[in-house]
Design a protein around this ligand. Structure first.
Ligand code: KIV
Length: 277
């Protein structure tokens, strides 16, 4: 908290300076109420394109549009006072050319107030990352498992096992050299995540990676246990809100059907309380 009582907003250079220091705490947020809670406890709120699967029930992140990211980004921005807002560039909004990437990133930043964008890809995206960072767009990289490449990879498989580790390491190095201020490492062996964290000069933020990373990120709905059927190995459930919500909705439905809700204490009298005739 500053002397004025107003917390300073966390910036990309602040995150960059956390390399090898205090762990960076990041969670996804797609809505205003969750953003307000994330803001209290985390350094970064990520409007991930996972919003497509988690909130909209889409089969993958591929159908997510720039408009969806901006709408959720605006809602989340209204809930943040301290945490840094990072927004994913969705599939099709940046891969074609560095100019398209800049136009998409500029639109996201202009319309949401985000401090940075995140984009997926290693060495093949380095030129685009350099183009953006040189033009005032802070970029968070994302290597290892790339959910937007689900069709080419053939599923959400662990990346970088055995000899393939060299490829992921080279990707992380290329992204860091191109100017990314931090890099998400998704679903790679713990030993490789440690090697990459030691090798690159910018913070690594792990998801299914290693506690040795400079920070961690999870999808908030996963760590809150909102999904009962989806249990990836790397997600620790810090709460069990799915079953709790199920119980609450079941109880509401039963009370409505039994006409026990609303009860007397939920109803309004014809006259306001305390009003004398
Ligand atoms: O879209 C997303 O939520 C992400 C995180 C899982 C890193 O990219």
């Amino acid at each position: 908290m500053s002397a004025t009582g107003v917390e300073k907003r966390i910036t990309p250079p602040d995150i960059r300076a956390r390399k090898g220091a205090e762990p960076i705490v990041m969670l996804t947020a797609y809505t205003w109420p969750i953003a307000r809670i994330v803001d209290q406890h985390c350094d970064i709120a990520l409007v991930g394109d996972s919003v497509g699967m988690v909130v909209h029930g889409l089969p993958s992140t591929l159908p997510v549009t720039l408009e969806m990211m901006i709408l959720h980004g605006q809602a989340v921005a209204r809930g943040l006072t301290r945490a840094m807002l990072v927004i994913d560039l969705p599939f099709g909004s940046y891969e074609e050319s560095r100019e398209l990437a800049f136009r998409s990133a500029a639109r996201v930043i202009r319309e949401t107030g985000a401090a940075a964008v995140k984009l997926e890809g290693g060495a093949h995206m380095a030129d685009t990352i350099r183009f953006l960072t040189e033009r005032g767009v802070p970029v968070m990289g994302h290597v290892g498992l790339l959910p937007q490449a689900v069709n080419t990879v053939g599923g959400y498989k662990v990346q970088g096992r055995g000899a393939d580790g060299d490829r992921v390491l080279a990707d992380a190095r290329a992204v860091a050299d191109a100017g990314a201020f931090a890099i998400v490492l998704e679903k790679i062996p713990a030993s490789l995540a440690e090697e990459i964290t030691a090798a690159v000069p910018v913070p690594t933020i792990g998801i299914g990676a290693s506690a040795a990373c400079d920070g961690q990120v999870l999808v908030t709905d996963d760590m809150l246990g909102l999904f009962t059927s989806f249990r990836p190995k790397f997600v620790k459930r810090f709460a069990d809100l799915g079953p709790a919500a199920d119980e609450a909705i079941k109880a509401y439905a039963a009370e409505v059907r039994a006409r026990t809700y609303p009860a007397a204490e939920h109803l309004f009298a014809d006259e306001a309380p305390g009003k004398k005739g």
